[in-house]
Write a protein that binds this ligand. Structure first.
Ligand code: UD1
Ligand code: MG
Length: 496
C-alpha cells in the first residue's frame, strides 16, 4: 500500500485502423470486458488515487466506457493525434493537480496487472523521476529500445530512429511509464518532435530526465503482460493469455476445471468452493457460481447467479438476469433469461424460461415455453412454488400459475391458474379399437376393409370415427374435423 497519491493516465486516443472494425480498438473485448476496462481496472484505486483517460475526438462511447468502469474517471480529448507525449499533455489539467506519482498506461495493453503498475512506483520512492516498464521481446521489431548504462536508463530509441546496433537491443519499452509528480510537467513540456515520425514521443522523457540531471530507471516484466493489441490476431492471442491466467487463478482457488484449455471465463467470474466446470463451457461477464455447483459441458452463461449445488447443462444457456436458487437443475437445451428460479426448481430438458419467476421445487416439464413476447413488449410469467408444468406447455404471458398447480401436458395456458388447480387445454383423445390392425390388413393385401370390423374386432368401438372411404384409404389415419367436434361435445368441461 502506498501512502503517496497517484494519477493514472490511460491513453486511448489511437485510431486502431489495423483492427479493421467500426468498433473503437479499446472497446474490443478480452475475457468478457473491453481492453480499456482491463487497463482501467489495473490502475490504483481508492483513497488518494485519480484517473484520467485520453480519448480521440467524437469518442463518447470510449468516454462512457471509462466512466462505467470508474465513475470518477476524468476524460480528456486529444483533438489531434500528434504522439504519445502530446496525448499525455491532453490531461495537463489533471497532472497540474499535483499527485505524487503519475502512471501512464496504454489503453490497448489489457494484460497489464495492478501489481506491475504498483511496482512501477518503487523507483520513484527511491528518488527516480522516471520509471519505464521494459520486457525482453521475442521479436523486438516495432518497439522502442531501452538504452541502459549499468542500471541507469539513458534513453529510449524508437525503431524508426534507431541505429543498426540499437536495433539489436532486445529490452523493449512496454509503454507503461511512471513519473514523479514534482517534475512530470517540466519533463513533458520539454519533449519535442525532432524525429523520423515528427511526433511528440513520450519515451523521450527518459533522455530529458537525464539531461536535467534526474534519474530514470527500468523495471522488467514478462512479454505476455505487455502485449499491445493492434490487430484481430493479437486480440485472439491476448484472449488466450488471459484465459490461461484466469483458469490458473480459478484452479488455485480450488475450482475443478476438467479441461482448462476448452473453458472460457470472464475476469469477474466469482466461484464458491467445490465448483466443477466441465469441458467446453463459456462463462461471460457478471457470473457468480456458489459452492458445489456444477456447470456441465457446452453451457453458455452470462450475467447470471448460480446457487449452491445447482446443476447447469449440458447444453444450457443462462442469459442476463438469470438467478438460480440452491439445488436448481437446468438441463440440456434449456434457455433461461431474466428469470429467478427458487431452491430445488427443475427444468431438465428443452425449455425456454424468460421474464419469469419460478417458485421453489416447481417442476418445468420438457418443452415448456414461457411465451414472453407478443411482437411488441415483454411480459412476465409467474409460476408458484411446487407447481408442476406438464411437458410441451406454452405459458402465454402475462400469466400466473398458482402454488402447487398442475398444468396438463400440451396445454396453451392463457389465463391465470389458481393454487392447487389443474389447468388442461387440449382436445379430447379419440380411440378407435382395431383401426390400426384393419388399416394394416387393407394395405397388406386387400383383406378386410377399413372401417369394417374384422373377425377379431368384436367389441364395438365406444368412440366411432367415420368409416374410412376408398378415397381416403391410402392417407394416414387422421381424425376428421367433424368427428373431432362431435367427440368434444360429449366430453365434460375441463378446468381451464
Ligand atoms: C509505443 C512506444 C514504443 C513502445 C510501444 C509499446 C511511443 C512513441 N512509442 O509505440 O516505445 O515500444 O508503444 O507498445 O510512445 N496514442 C494516443 N494519441 C497519440 C498517439 C498514441 O492516444 O497521438 C495512444 C494509442 O491509442 C495507444 C498508445 O498511445 O494506446 C500507443 O500508441 P501507438 O501508436 O500504438 O505507439 P507504438 O507505435 O506502438
Ligand atoms: Mg502500439
Amino acid at each position: 500500500m502506498q501512502n503517496k497519491s497517484s494519477l493514472t493516465i490511460v491513453l486511448a486516443a489511437g485510431e486502431g485502423t489495423r483492427m479493421r472494425s467500426k468498433l473503437p480498438k479499446v472497446l474490443h473485448p478480452v475475457a468478457g470486458q473491453s481492453l480499456l476496462a482491463h487497463v482501467v481496472g489495473a490502475a490504483p484505486k481508492g483513497k488518494g488515487t485519480s484517473l484520467a483517460v485520453v480519448v480521440g475526438p467524437d469518442r463518447q462511447d470510449v468516454a462512457d466506457e471509462a466512466r462505467r468502469v470508474r465513475a470518477d474517471a476524468d476524460v480528456f480529448v486529444q483533438t489531434e493525434r500528434l504522439g504519445t507525449a502530446h496525448a499525455v499533455l491532453a490531461a495537463r489539467a489533471a497532472i497540474a493537480k499535483g499527485a505524487d506519482h503519475i502512471l501512464i498506461a496504454f489503453g490497448d495493453t489489457p494484460l497489464i496487472s495492478a501489481a506491475t503498475l504498483e511496482r512501477m512506483r518503487t523507483p520513484l520512492n527511491g528518488g527516480a523521476a522516471v520509471a519505464v516498464l521494459g520486457f525482453r521481446a521475442a521479436d523486438p521489431t516495432g518497439y522502442g529500445r531501452l538504452l541502459l548504462n549499468g542500471d541507469r536508463l539513458i534513453a529510449i530509441r524508437e525503431e524508426a530512429d534507431a541505429s543498426e546496433a540499437e536495433r539489436k537491443v532486445r529490452l523493449c519499452n512496454a509503454g507503461v511509464m511512471a513519473l514523479d509528480g514534482k517534475t512530470a510537467l517540466k519533463i513533458l513540456d520539454r519533449i519535442g518532435k525532432a524525429n523520423k515520425k515528427n511526433e511528440y514521443y513520450l519515451p523521450d522523457a527518459v533522455a530529458i530526465a537525464n539531461e536535467l540531471g534526474l534519474k530514470a530507471a527500468a523495471i522488467e516484466t514478462d512479454e505476455d503482460e505487455v502485449r499491445g493489441i493492434n490487430t484481430k490476431a493479437q486480440l485472439a492471442e491476448a484472449e488466450q493469455v488471459m484465459q490461461t491466467r484466469l483458469c490458473q487463478q480459478a484452479l488455485d482457488a480450488g475450482v475443478t476445471i476438467i479441461a482448462p484449455e476448452t473453458v472460457f471465463l470472464a475476469t469477474d467470474t466469482t466461484f464458491g468452493s467445490d465448483v466443477v466446470i466441465e469441458p467446453f463451457v463459456v462463462i461471460g461477464p457478471g457470473v457468480t457460481i456458489a459452492d458445489g455447483a456444477v456447470i456441465h459441458s457446452f453451457s453458455h452463461v452470462s450475467h447470471a447467479t448460480i446457487g449452491k449445488n445447482a446443476s447447469v447443462g449440458p447444453y444450457a444457456r443462462l442469459r442476463p438476469g438469470t438467478s438460480l436458487g440452491e439445488g436448481v437443475r437446468i438441463g440440456n437445451f434449456v434457455e433461461v433469461k431474466a428469470a429467478t428460479l427458487g431452491a430445488g426448481a427443475k427444468a431438465n430438458h428443452l425449455s425456454y424460461i424468460g421474464d419469469a419467476s419460478v417458485g421453489a421445487n416447481a417442476n418445468i416439464g420438457a418443452g415448456t415455453i414461457t411465451c414472453n413476447y407478443d411482437g411488441f413488449g415483454k411480459h412476465r410469467t409467474e409460476i408458484g412454488a411446487g407447481a408442476f408444468i406438464g411437458t410441451n406447455s406454452s405459458l402465454v404471458a402475462p400469466v400466473k400459475i398458482g402454488v402447487g398447480a398442475y398444468i396438463g401436458s400440451g396445454s396453451v395456458v392463457t389465463r391465470n391458474v389458481p393454487d392447487d388447480a389443474l389447468a388442461l387445454e387440449r382436445s379430447e383423445q379419440t380411440v378407435r379399437p382395431g383401426w390400426a390392425k384393419r388399416f394394416r390388413e387393407m394395405k397388406q393385401g386387400g383383406k378386410g376393409k377399413p372401417g369394417v370390423k374384422s373377425e377379431t374386432d368384436k367389441k364395438p368401438a365406444k368412440m366411432k370415427g367415420p368409416a374410412v372411404s376408398a378415397k381416403t384409404a391410402n392417407k394416414p389415419p387422421v381424425k376428421k374435423a367433424a368427428s373431432k367436434a362431435a367427440s368434444r361435445k360429449k366430453t365434460p368441461k375441463r378446468a381451464r
